[in-house]
Design a protein around this ligand. Structure first.
Ligand code: ACO
Ligand code: ZN
Length: 287
């Protein structure tokens, strides 16, 4: 009932400690009830186990030998030192459940699935001498009948607004390209999800359109979709949103408004890193 779901939504944990960071939580997450009494919950950044007492947590750190997520490293860049690990939700149930518990603290509208079997998890890490530190992740259904290429996405709050969300989104589309498929994130998107996707879609479409323009190549929306693996619907919505669908001699045409182009070039100056597709050349979709 409505009443029950509203009770369930009351935030139960105030803060978590993970890696070097203390982070305020945003939403309810179904941790065991006794955790609601702890003023701060300690999470091992490598195995994602959680602890109510600092003493237990410190003891765990002296024993825990995990230094990276429990799966294959399918992508490794050296500038920046970003790696992606691919984890099968059916094989690494504990890790994936712990990851879902952690991410639910920052995701409002998603139901938490205890059954992680149907999902793959792509964990993005920064590497240093200590190990691979989780920055964010996304989950993906192994078989999506709706054509989704991403179920849930999270950048841990301490790393947000630095371009990591864009790397995660871009990675999800690179996987779709390698699969020869068109993909889309599961709807509805959160406010932050929509802002980030819109930014990614706009940047990607402007880039392809500028390239096409240089070679006097006329591209249709279907062609844009094939080149980017972004769905026709997401492309259409984005082009309308940025005001790029104009009518010329009674025909609809794509024309990027100059304000959007200026924003695109300004954004380029941030020199943020991007996913290098060639580093994924050996990846094959898991069976
Ligand atoms: N305010 C305004 N614009 C924003 C914001 C914000 N708070 N966050 C992202 N954007 C837009 C900006 O255009 C930004 O580019 P800019 O920083 O150059 O201006 C662009 O999105 C990309 O931002 P990133 O730094 O790459 O994204 P970030 O690492 O912060 O991650 C994410 C985005 C994953 C959505 C993060 O906000 C998050 O984890 N939120 C909580 C969980 C969530 O809501 N996930 C999406 C749910 S929907 C789904 O899972 C399918
Ligand atoms: Zn651990």
């Amino acid at each position: 009932t409505k009443c029950h779901s509203e009770i369930a939504r009351v935030k139960n944990l105030e803060r978590i400690h993970i890696g070097k960071h203390d982070v305020d939580t945003w939403y309810f997450s179904p941790f065991p009830p006794e955790f609601a009494n702890a003023s701060i919950v300690y999470i091992c950044e490598f195995c994602l186990y959680h602890f109510m007492s600092e003493r237990q947590f410190r003891r765990h750190l002296t024993k825990c030998e995990v230094i990276h997520p429990p799966g294959n490293e399918i992508y490794r860049d050296t500038n920046p030192n970003v790696s992606f690990f691919e984890i099968d939700g059916a094989r690494q149930k504990t890790y994936c459940r712990n990851l879902c518990l952690l991410s639910k603290l920052f995701l409002d509208h998603k139901t938490l699935y205890y059954d992680t079997d149907p999902f793959l998890f792509y964990i993005m890490c920064l590497r240093d001498a200590k190990g691979c530190h989780i920055i964010g992740y996304f989950s993906k259904e192994k078989d999506s009948t709706e054509g989704y290429n991403l179920a849930c996405i999270l950048t841990l709050p301490q790393y947000q607004r630095r371009g990591y969300g864009k790397l995660l989104i871009s990675f999800s589309y690179e996987l779709s390209k390698r699969e020869g498929k068109i993909g889309a994130p599961e709807k509805p998107l959160s406010d932050l999800g929509l802002l980030s996707y819109r930014a990614y879609w706009t940047e990607t479409l402007v880039e392809v359109l500028l390239e096409a323009n240089q070679s006097n190549d006329e591209v249709s929306i279907e062609e844009l979709s094939i080149r980017t693996s972004i769905s026709v619907q997401d492309i259409t919505t984005t082009l309308h949103y940025i005001g790029a669908i104009k009518t010329l001699k009674g025909q609809p045409v794509i024309m990027i408004p100059s304000s959007v182009l200026e924003a695109y070039y300004r954004n380029k100056e941030k020199n943020r890193s991007s996913i290098r597709p060639e580093l994924l050349a050996e990846w094959k979709p898991p069976k």
